[in-house]
Design a protein around this ligand. Structure first.
Ligand code: ADP
Length: 499
């Protein structure tokens, strides 16, 4: 790589970080990949390389697993009190906040999202996740049980950490996805091998330094950067990993399930989505229009819960589509670090081509482009916020996850909630959905009918740390976040004692 290009708006600390040699965090030490290989990471706003990162593969994963195993079996971690564990996790949140500008700049530069989104969204939300889970560290309890076996017994359950967990995360919200995975693992006393997405390794690496600064013992969190088919696959297949947590595409989710079968490790998956946004004729349009626009265009549509299928009642269909189109046309698309940018690029050339290809497929199948439908500029990977109308349930743009700023708008002319729900549920996915109405009864009846893990009423959704997230159907296994999210990281043991 030539001298890395650094955007002029990157502050001193982030710029210094970029120029550093980025190694793997294994057993509390920063080490090069055993192969000596490095790979470049890019700024999707320019397509230029910004840093070089160690390319870990199966051999490095093996070392990281050994370190995590040792930390779990015999390190100080297991003897640290829950209260002290909670304090360390809380400290991670404080450290993230103390370094918010640096994290936000690195995240914006590596992922493309607007700096303000990273600064006011991703970083504080990650800190919130650690604080939320810090509180749970002291509240992991079992139950006392009444049993009917003849005799006198004391019976109870305890929840114990599942052990060494492998965590494979995507590139759409790199720091937040790391927080969603690492925070509950630490709260429950597990040890971790984390693999960030190859497109966005930087904030996870910087976060590794905070792990050390927070006093979390060596080997408790190991971070291996590298590619999916090598480093990722090695995690999924590793015989000494007890559980794998994955967020990403449903295709890779299936590969992980197969690989995990070797040692029958526990698996949790947060996969694709094609979430419906259902607008009833009585909806408050001043809320529904910006809400539906935000649901699909936030993070350039690269959100697994994105509201990518709009179902609006015929009476309001034109109004809502025009309203969203008007908002779409006002969105300032640009480099994440440029002033006033509201929507950044998609992550890569591959993603740009994928999204563009879907738009072409939609057009070829008869969809009309209400707005957008084209690339913006020649440098970086920008796509205009797009709305497709005249879309039908059989089209690939309606059935498949595009993971870009492309909304498929459809109308319904029906009062029967079962039939409306049937349309909305006509998907292999079931991650999220939203309902827009002033009628409380319709809202709740519809919420029950949508087969998805997260429902919004007059809001598409919230990423609050307390709200469990996950999928019905092919959108995944298990729920992350909230109290529920802890269960992914514990094993229940029942103990019965004859008195
Ligand atoms: P996308 O297609 O949007 O890039 P992926 O599901 O491919 O999303 O990637 C999400 C994460 O899964 C990344 O960290 C990636 O490296 C990892 N990954 C990709 N392929 C595999 C694989 N075969 N085994 C394990 N992890 C993988």
């Amino acid at each position: 790589m030539n001298k890395p290009f650094v955007h002029p708006r990157v502050g001193e600390k982030a710029a210094a970080f970029l120029t550093r040699e980025h190694k793997l965090l294994i057993g509390g030490k920063w080490v090069p990949a055993l192969s000596g290989k490095m790979f470049e990471t890019y700024d999707p706003g320019t397509g230029r390389a910004i840093a070089r990162v160690a390319e870990g593969d199966a051999a490095d994963i093996d070392l990281a697993v050994k370190a995590a195993r040792e930390a779990f079996d015999s390190g100080p971690w297991g003897r640290i009190t829950p209260s002290e564990r909670g304090r360390m996790i809380w400290r991670l949140a404080d450290l993230l906040e103390q370094n918010v500008d640096e994290f936000a700049e690195l995240e914006s530069l590596n992922n493309g999202k607007p700096l303000a989104t990273a600064r006011n969204g991703d970083v504080p939300l990650s800190a919130d996740m650690f604080r939320y889970m810090a509180g749970w560290a002291t509240k992991i309890t079992g139950e006392t049980l009444s049993i009917s076996t003849p005799g006198t017994f004391h019976a109870f359950t305890v929840r114990e950490p599942v052990g060494v967990v492998g965590q494979i995360i995507p590139w759409n919200a790199p720091l937040l996805m790391a927080a969603w995975k690492v925070a509950p693992a630490l709260a429950t006393g597990c040890t971790v091998v984390l693999k960030p997405a190859e497109q966005t390794p930087l904030t996870a690496l910087r976060f590794g330094e905070l792990i050390q600064e927070a006093g979390i013992p060596d080997g408790v969190v190991n971070i291996v950067t590298g590619f999916g088919p090598t480093a990722g696959a090695a995690i999924a297949a590793h015989p000494d990993i007890d559980k794998v947590g994955f967020t990403g595409s449903s295709e890779v989710g299936r590969i992980i399930v197969k690989a995990a079968a070797g040692n029958l490790k526990k698996v949790s998956l947060e996969l694709g989505g094609k979430s419906p946004v259902i607008v009833f004729p009585d909806a408050d349009m001043s809320v529904a229009v910006p809400g539906a626009a935000q649901a699909i265009f936030a993070n350039s549509g690269q959100v697994c819960t994105a509201g990518s299928r709009l179902f609006a009642h015929k009476k309001v269909f034109d109004r809502i589509v025009e309203g969203i189109a008007e908002q779409a046309e006002k969105i300032r698309v640009g480099h994440g670090l440029d002033d006033g940018t509201q929507m950044g690029p998609v992550i890569s050339q591959v993603q740009l081509e994928r999204v563009s290809d879907y738009i072409e497929q939609g057009k070829a199948a008869g969809a009309a482009v209400a707005t957008g439908g084209r690339r913006v500029g020649n440098e970086g990977y920008f796509i205009a916020p797009t709305i497709l109308t005249d879309t039908t349930p059989d089209m690939s743009v309606v059935r498949e996850e595009i993971f870009g700023p492309v909304l498929c708008a459809m109308s319904f002319d029906d009062d029967d909630l079962d039939r409306i729900a049937k349309q909305a549920n006509d998907s292999i996915y079931g991650l999220a959905g939203s309902i827009w109405t002033r009628d409380l009864s319709v809202a709740h009846k519809m919420a029950r009918r949508i087969r998805a893990g997260r429902i919004g009423i007059n809001i598409h959704g919230s990423v609050d740390a307390a709200l469990p997230t996950g999928g019905f159907k092919q959108s995944g296994w298990g729920r992350e976040k909230g109290h529920e999210g802890l269960n992914l990281y514990t094993e229940v043991k029942s103990v019965v004692m004859s008195l």
